[in-house]
Design a protein. Structure first.
Length: 94
């Protein structure tokens, strides 16, 4: 049997399941203002746990994080997950 990988309490047995879950979050923000894209508490925790596996996680978390959002990141001009620091600055976590 395949041993699941857990992220924020969710079990994934393969990469496709994980990608599908991320896509579901992205799709749920499609009709929202691209400058907002606020995530639920559950989605925020999931994205935080996912970010911990990012190869540049330490570089992307140099300030206290308030929350994450999904929308257009001004620096890259594309949609991605964005960490919002307590001081309001943003960092793309694409």
């Amino acid at each position: 049997p395949v041993k699941p990988i857990y992220l924020a309490g969710r079990a994934f047995t393969n990469r496709t399941e994980l990608q599908d879950h991320v896509k579901k979050i992205q799709d749920s923000k499609v009709n929202e203002d691209a400058s907002k894209g606020d995530l639920t508490v559950e989605e925020n925790l999931f994205i935080f746990h996912l970010l911990l596996h990012h190869p540049k996680a330490v570089e992307k978390m140099t300030k206290p994080i308030s929350h994450f959002r999904y929308g257009t990141y001004d620096k890259f001009k594309n949609k991605c997950f964005i960490s919002v620091a307590v001081d309001g600055t943003e960092e793309g976590v694409c």
